[in-house]
Design a protein around this ligand. Structure first.
Ligand code: MN
Length: 235
């Protein structure tokens, strides 16, 4: 029984389809790993020395979630809307301060993701030491494919590629992650009590670049699946 009344309709629960299941996966939080492939860190002018650094993170609102296959409007206040193709790790069990050896227990599965970015605003904020929110927490900017359930599986390899209008832009392999799946779960769980439905976008490889209205993005991760996105005129 629920007697709560609201002054407006509560927002819908964000969720994603799960391969071979009728039930959908409710989504809790969206975490993003910054600079987790050496070649991308270098193209951003910020190389990573794993020996002396830890990974860093940013978040987006779950309301930015969009399903693969959608058409999104080109966002306002940017002239450099970039694609970032990423492996998405789906958390399926709670954990805090998890060791690398136990990290697999939190894995529910994986998906393909696009971390769409107002690159001009992100870099301006970065260079002024300001928060990245208007560059990264962009409406309709977190595109995710269906989730592939792989409970307890630590993905270590898998070719990743994406194209714009059929031309390949990004091509790499999950084995080139600077901080791998076990290391990311262990590190992030020192800051957050990870929960089922938390998604971790594990970082983008090199080859990021702009899209314009009319562009079509197609992405693929070996062993996981496909992602598609169409960019429309500003809405
Ligand atoms: Mn990213």
């Amino acid at each position: 029984m629920n007697d709560t009344t609201f002054v407006w309709a509560p927002p819908p629960v964000p969720s994603l389809p799960v391969r071979r299941l009728a039930a959908r996966a409710p989504v809790n939080r969206l975490f993003f790993v910054g600079r987790n492939y050496h070649a991308h860190a270098a193209e951003m002018g910020k190389p990573v020395d794993k020996a002396s650094e830890r990974p860093f993170y940013f978040t987006k609102s779950p309301t930015t979630l969009v399903e693969s296959g959608a058409t999104i409007a080109y966002p306002s206040e940017t002239s450099s809307f970039h694609h970032e193709m990423e492996l998405v790790l789906v958390i399926g069990a709670a954990g805090f301060g998890v060791s690398e050896a136990d990290a697999h227990r939190l894995v529910y599965g994986y998906a393909c993701g696009l971390d769409m970015t107002r690159r001009d605003l992100q870099l301006a904020a970065r260079d002024k030491g300001r928060p990245w929110d208007t560059g990264k927490d962009v409406e309709q900017s977190s595109i995710v494919s269906e989730i592939v359930p792989m409970p307890g599986v630590v993905l270590e390899h898998g070719a990743l590629s994406m194209s714009v209008n059929g031309q390949v832009r990004q091509q790499s392999d999950v084995s080139r992650l600077i901080w791998n799946v076990r290391e990311l779960i262990a590190d992030l769980s020192r800051f957050y009590h990870l929960q089922p439905g938390d998604l971790i976008f594990t970082g983008t490889p090199e080859g990021v670049g702009p899209v314009v209205p009319g562009d079509r993005i197609d992405g693929h991760i070996e062993g996981i699946g496909e992602i598609r996105l169409q960019i429309a005129e500003a809405g």
